[in-house]
Design a protein around this ligand. Structure first.
Ligand SMILES: Cc1cc2nc3c(=O)[nH]c(=O)nc-3n(C[C@H](O)[C@H](O)[C@H](O)COP(=O)(O)O)c2cc1C
Ligand code: SF4
Length: 532
């Protein structure tokens, strides 16, 4: 009987030596004349501090070892790791590792378990069932299922996927498109990449279902240029799916066509904004287009286009397979289903945590993340990418649900969580946020193009202690103009991290912390508001 050894091919694992480990295992097995070893390059389980995580199939399930280096391999063979033998790197059954066990993996159900490019593996683990269900339905019924599931866009704006699809479906045109936004530009995010490298067929299946729902016959995946491994995997997966009849002129003989291709991104953060992405896809410099018209009505090459994030589309197959109700049973409030959160920055156990909406930041940071990597207190967290607010520890108990988290002053966005310990200089982080906007602005509108440059200057003055009260007023005024006057969320949301840093960490700007209000202050302010 052969033994299967899993060594991830995910680029996070490869970056810490997974390829060398896989080669060392193959070499050692050959040297020791052990013929029955089959090495499978799986996706990552998303526990980055344990990468390269090697798993071995045993009669009692998969046993994990990690983090494994090339130098550990001979010792692992000596310890009988092929039978799950004892070794200091042995972590026990993979599924029992609390970080994994305590997750609710729907979108990531197969990642780390299957060979990403094996169609047989995909099918054995529930693949194509959603597409099968969709092929038996009318487009409008697919849209209805997606709407009923409560699935909202995972790219940041959380717009209901079903409503967007309905608009595309109801717009008459000779050609419609489905475009997958795989630009994944947010800091601290990697869930899109992990899906594309670890389970590319689920994205292809989700896009084919979207095409059936809206009546599109062609689709593109716009992938960031920094993801060469994901791009290679996707291209191979598309070719395999096409050969097997899941894509092409007649999906599984249904007579319905869907052709899919990959386009490499232009390397600019703004090209993740959907209208700039369309310009870039059309071969132009990525510049934001005014809305209306919505891309759902006049998108790629002026045709109705359903644009969705990787995770949105990759979440569709399971809800079509198991039903809208199944998916909607996860989550809280208007945030239904699960979100693959990504833990990064100064955190001990960085990685991917897929959970139903509603868990708190504290649970993510401490129960999963194990606190900071440096062992110092976590002072600030930025959730939702470079446009997300910086939150202090007093906000860590806010539930991660789009509405509840916004009410607490945060933004869930794409679910990226970046932690900072108490050595962080939040005035420097505010400057960084403003400078990021100055560098990445597409330049189309004045509040963002000019405002962000002036914003950096004002923050520098504040940091140097120049006329602090006046410069603080100026900064707030400028941020207000950017918020309300910018054409897109790049300039519109940059004030979020800047002002949250000022409000929550004023001492880092040399500003006094506002005194907590006592009863008389409250009365005075109320009277002032009334003009008394
Ligand atoms: C500056 C900026 C950058 C963005 N970058 C991304 C990105 O990298 N990936 C993404 O999916 N959405 C990104 N978005 C959001 C997209 O404009 C769009 O809302 C999303 O792709 C729609 O898909 P969804 O509804 O499935 O989330 C960005 C938005 C802005 C304003
Ligand atoms: S806000 Fe910035 S990125 Fe957006 S359109 Fe205006 S200049 Fe371009």
């Amino acid at each position: 009987m052969s033994v299967t050894v899993y060594v991830p091919c995910d680029s996070a694992a490869v970056s810490v030596g997974a390829d060398d480990v896989a080669e060392a295992i193959a070499r050692t097995a050959q040297l020791r004349s052990i013929a029955n070893v089959r090495i499978v390059r799986n996706g990552s389980r998303g526990m980055f501090w344990l990468e390269p995580l090697v798993e071995v199939t045993t009669p009692s399930g998969r046993i994990a070892y990690g983090p494994v280096t090339e130098r550990d391999v001979a010792g692992l063979f000596d310890a009988g790791f092929l039978e799950g033998g004892a070794h200091q790197l042995r972590l026990g059954p993979t599924e029992d590792i609390p970080y994994l066990k305590n997750q609710e993996r729907l979108t990531f159900a197969r990642v780390g378990i299957t060979d990403p490019l094996s169609l047989a593996d995909y099918e054995q683990h529930g693949g194509w069932r959603g597409l099968g269900a969709a092929l038996a339905m009318q487009g409008a019924d697919i849209v209805e299922q997606v709407t009923a599931s409560g699935l909202r866009g995972r790219g940041g704006a959380a717009f209901p996927a079903g409503i967007k699809w309905r608009t595309v479906a109801q717009t008459a045109a000779d050609q419609k498109y489905v475009v997958c936004n795989a630009d994944e530009g947010d800091s601290g995010t990697f869930s899109d990449r992990m899906i594309m490298e670890g389970d590319p067929f689920v994205l292809i299946e989700g896009m084919a279902i979207a095409a059936l729902a809206v009546g599109a016959t062609a689709g593109y995946i716009y992938i960031r240029s920094e993801y060469p491994d994901a791009e290679r995997t996707l291209r191979a997966a598309i070719a395999a799916a096409r050969t097997a009849g899941f894509l092409g002129p007649s999906i599984l003989g249904s007579g319905k066509a869907f052709e899919l291709d990959v386009r490499r991104g232009a390397g600019a953060y703004i090209c993740g904004e959907e209208t700039a992405m369309l310009d870039s896809l059309e071969g132009k410099r990525g510049m934001v287009r005014p809305k209306p018209p919505l891309p759902a009505i006049a998108g790629l090459f002026g045709k109705p286009t359903a644009i969705n994030n990787v995770i949105t589309l990759a979440s569709v197959p399971i809800l079509l397979d198991k039903g809208a109700r199944f998916y909607a049973d996860y989550g809280m409030g208007r945030s239904r289903g699960t979100l693959p959160f990504q833990l990064a920055g100064n955190v001990k156990h960085g990685g991917l945590v897929e959970k139903a909406f509603g868990l708190t930041l504290r649970e993510l940071l401490y129960d999963f993340g194990g606190g900071s990597a440096t062992g110092r207190p976590i002072r600030a967290v930025q959730v939702g990418g470079p446009l997300g607010q910086y939150l202090p520890a007093s906000k860590f108990d806010a539930p991660l649900d789009y509405e509840a988290f916004a009410a607490a002053g945060g933004m869930v966005g794409h679910g990226g969580v970046v932690a900072f310990d108490d050595t962080v200089d939040m005035a420097a982080m505010a400057r960084y946020a403003m400078e990021f906007c100055a560098i990445e602005s597409c330049g189309k509108c004045t509040p963002c193009r000019i405002g962000s440059v002036r914003g950096v200057e004002v923050i520098d003055k504040l940091r140097r202690g120049e006329r602090r009260p006046q410069n603080l007023t100026l900064l707030r005024d400028l941020c207000e103009t950017m918020t309300h006057g910018s054409l897109c969320a790049m300039g519109g949301l940059t004030p979020g991290p800047v002002i949250s840093a000022v409000d929550h960490f004023p001492e880092d700007f040399g500003l006094p912390r506002p005194k907590p209000l006592d009863g008389s202050d409250r009365t005075a302010r109320r009277d002032a508001r009334r003009g008394e």
